[in-house]
Design a protein around this ligand. Structure first.
Ligand SMILES: Nc1ncnc2c1ncn2[C@@H]1O[C@H](COP(=O)(O)OP(=O)(O)OP(=O)(O)O)[C@@H](O)[C@H]1O
Length: 239
């Protein structure tokens, strides 16, 4: 579903992403790991068409993100690092607004909005304004907007960041539930998250892929070691 070929991005003289290659298949939940500043968000923004690559390509569902960014955006649900939401809108109003932006007209908006609310278990708060929701529920609203158009690909930038342990578990369960039949890429700093939900790990450091393997293969690099010790041995801080 996602093919990344020789993707690079420079900000001025800073090479943030340096010639990376990987693929993500339907059914994969890819954990995208790396220290602060490694280039995770930049890579995700290029795959989703929010940033233009300096070199290389990302092909999503057969469409090249540079040549056909609108077709790529149709294939993707994106939860950015800090999901923008309109606090004064109710959950249902916000999702209707997103449905309209996604091209659903008039009464055709109802079915995808209801489905997104059902999938993300927001029925109890659909008429509540977003600013009055807990952080975990706000994050669910972010998921609801990402899955509203039933995309084949989900790109989730640090989806459990800032949540309490219970909310983290809820969101992980939700990702597993939503991931069926989709290709999912999620960035995280939480290594236990990788163990809990990911089927594959890509570790990037200083803009380059240093690991692309299963969580079991990652653990087998140092049997019995903590995942963060393995992470530390493979990376150095980029900031
Ligand atoms: N708009 C920008 N202009 C200049 N430099 C940028 C810009 N965005 C990111 N960078 C730099 O590019 C590098 C990669 O940043 P990026 O946000 O992709 O890393 P990240 O792995 O997502 O980090 P984090 O885990 O902290 O979110 C960093 O050195 C960062 O400072």
């Amino acid at each position: 579903m996602i093919e990344v070929n020789g993707l690079s991005k420079s900000y001025g003289t800073k090479l943030a992403v340096d010639n990376i290659n990987f693929t993500v298949q339907r059914g994969d939940i890819l954990g995208f790991l790396g220290p602060n500043g490694a280039g995770k968000s930049t890579t995700m923004k290029m795959i989703t068409g929010f940033l233009r690559p300096s070199a290389g390509t990302a092909v999503v569902g057969g469409f090249d993100v540079t040549r056909d960014p609108v077709a790529v955006k149709r294939q993707i649900g994106y939860l950015p690092e800090s999901a923008p939401a309109y606090g004064e809108m109710t959950v249902a109003e916000f999702l209707n607004f997103i449905a309209e932006a996604r091209g659903f007209k008039g009464s055709a908006r109802q079915a995808p909005v209801d489905r997104a609310i059902r999938l993300t278990h927001l029925e109890g708060v659909r008429s509540q304004t977003i600013e009055t929701l807990s952080k975990g529920f706000k994050q669910r609203v972010g998921f609801a907007q990402a899955v509203l158009h039933d995309p084949a690909v989900l790109i989730l930038d640090e989806p459990t960041d800032g949540l309490d342990p219970n909310q983290k578990n809820e969101v992980r369960a939700l990702i597993k539930e939503l991931a069926t039949e989709k290709a999912v890429v999620l960035s995280t700093h939480i290594l236990e998250e990788v163990d809990a939900i990911c089927t594959r790990i890509i570790l990037i450091s200083q803009g380059q892929v240093v690991v692309d393997e299963t969580p079991a293969e990652f653990q087998a690099r140092q049997p019995g070691a903590r995942l963060d010790a393995i992470f530390a041995s493979l990376t150095q801080s980029d900031v």
